[in-house]
Ligand binder design. Structure first.
Ligand code: SF4
Length: 297
């Protein structure tokens, strides 16, 4: 029996960076705050809480404590309030997200009607919108566009959208505006994880997708994998049922961009243990067959 991991799995560059910045800050401070969880993974959030990183949902709960800005970024107004209140800011915004925010501001200052491709309820998009001077239009898909013609349009995207959706939006807008500026702000992390999951699912008898049940990119990996083979979405190794592995020859595992390495390693080792193959256990994700380390997002 073989157990393989999808080539690109687990933490992306931006999340790794945010965790590093947060844990280093936690070593220097008694207690620090994040507005919302640093990442969408309950086990990692719990681990960070033990290091003194407390997640809150309301600005009023900061009470003067140093505050981490998550990889998704926060609204411009919140940044201004933190400066006004003299709060120490630990900025873990992913540089790709910061760049997108700069584009949002620049396009609107240059007189473009900014259209954001993204999920209007996602924190990254909420923050992005706040950088637009004037009204931004947010669309999850091209059919969400309001009727009518536009003069100057500038398109940016939530970093995790699919390139096909951006292309679809451009195609619809070209005949409907005089000038169209498209800035491709899509980060390839999502697509490379999806593509490598599909590749592995096609050659596996069973797939196990690891990651927070609240992580949208992990849920998407599970949905994609289900199209090819029986798939289970789990958060931790303790959820693995030995029965799933019976009569399976090729087991594939994959993990979302917010799934920590140590959980992936635990899952891999538990699978090996369940099938009575403990000599191949690993201590780091890089040693799992199939894994390829990413240099950046
Ligand atoms: S998915 Fe891309 S943009 Fe988002 S945090 Fe990760 S590296 Fe940054």
């Amino acid at each position: 029996m073989s157990v393989k991991i999808a080539k690109y799995s687990g933490f992306c560059f931006g999340v790794k960076r945010a965790i590093k910045i947060s844990t280093e800050a936690a070593m220097k401070n008694h207690e620090i705050i994040t507005l919302g969880p640093v990442i969408h993974n309950p086990q990692m959030v719990e681990k960070l809480a033990q290091k003194g990183i407390k997640s809150i949902s309301d600005y009023s709960e900061i009470k003067g404590r140093p505050t981490i800005i998550r990889s998704h970024g926060v609204e411009k107004g919140i940044m201004a309030k933190l400066h006004r209140d003299n709060i120490e800011i630990i900025n873990a915004t992913c540089p790709y997200v910061s760049k997108t925010q700069e584009y949002a501001l620049q396009l609107s200052q240059d007189g473009y009607q900014v259209i954001i491709l993204g999920d209007k309820t996602h924190p990254e998009v909420i923050a992005l919108k706040s950088y637009v001077e004037g009204e931004a239009i947010i669309v999850a898909k091209s059919s969400d566009l309001p009727e009518g013609k536009f003069n100057k349009v500038g398109i940016i995207s939530q970093t995790t959208r699919r390139i096909e959706d951006l292309q679809g939006l451009v195609k619809i807008l070209v005949p409907r505006c005089e000038e169209l500026r498209v800035i491709n702000t899509i980060c390839n992390v999502t697509s490379v994880r999806q593509d490598s999951t599909i590749k592995l699912a096609k050659e596996s008898d069973l797939m196990i997708v690891i990651g927070g049940k609240n992580s949208s990119n992990t849920k998407m990996l599970a949905r994609i994998s289900e199209n090819f083979v029986k798939t289970f979405h789990i958060e931790t190794a303790s959820e693995i049922d030995k029965k799933w592995l019976q009569h399976k020859d090729k087991i594939g595992i994959t993990a979302g961009a917010s799934t920590p390495d140590w959980i992936i390693v635990e899952v891999y080792n538990k699978i090996l243990k369940c099938v009575g193959n403990i000599e191949k256990q690993v201590s780091k994700v890089e040693d799992i067959p199939g894994f390829k380390e990413e240099k950046n997002g």
